[in-house]
Design a protein around this ligand. Structure first.
Ligand code: V0V
Length: 143
């Protein structure tokens, strides 16, 4: 089902301050940033220079009623999700539903850079909010 670990998502209150902190502390560089209104987040993807492996995703809330705002209220900043890359998010969701897991959305929604995403409920995944990410097709059909 899983092709790779895509990213680890970390909830932060202040995106710009967090980007600066990860750069000055760990030398991570920002490779992408965007606002996702539907998810209620401003986000940034960070990597070690030249590393094409799993990324760190910083997630800051756009609204008080967003998932990230609720997470920050409850836990403070910290790891909010683990995202697995999949080749076909519809097929992966079907396979996981077959195993009795609850997917949060009936149909995948829009994620980073035109990807298609869904989430496994943390109570069905060992206490981890698991995101499934099908990247946008190469060539950028989504853009
Ligand atoms: C809640 N719980 C968590 C959790 N959030 N456990 C682990 N990790 C988390 N992030 C626990 C919580 O402590 C409760 O445990 C239980 O789950 C149910 O909590 P709830 O109050 O019923 O639910 P909420 O309101 O806390 O919502 C949790 C869910 C929500 C996961 C349903 O955060 C959600 O819809 N997330 C999906 C969307 C999202 O996270 N978007 C932001 C990233 P107890 O107390 O009952 O034991 S956007 C993104 O990643 C993008 C755009 C991308 O990557 O492309």
């Amino acid at each position: 089902i899983v092709v790779a670990v895509d990213h680890v998502g970390i909830a932060v209150a202040d995106l710009d301050a967090a980007i600066e902190w990860y750069a000055s502390t760990f030398g991570l560089v920002m490779t992408h940033t965007e606002t996702n209104e539907e998810q209620g987040v401003r986000e940034a993807m960070l990597s070690a220079p030249g590393d094409a492996g799993a990324a760190v995703q910083l997630l800051a809330p756009l609204r008080d009623d967003s998932a990230i705002a609720k997470f920050l209220d409850r836990n403070g900043p910290g790891v909010q999700q683990l995202a697995y890359r999949v080749a076909d998010v519809d097929a992966s969701c079907a396979a996981l539903r077959e195993k009795g897991m609850r997917l949060l959305y009936d149909e995948p929604r829009r994620g980073t850079a035109g990807s298609r995403i869904n989430f496994v409920h943390p109570k069905d995944a060992g206490g981890v909010l698991v995101e499934l990410v099908e990247p946008a097709a190469a060539g950028g059909a989504e853009h």
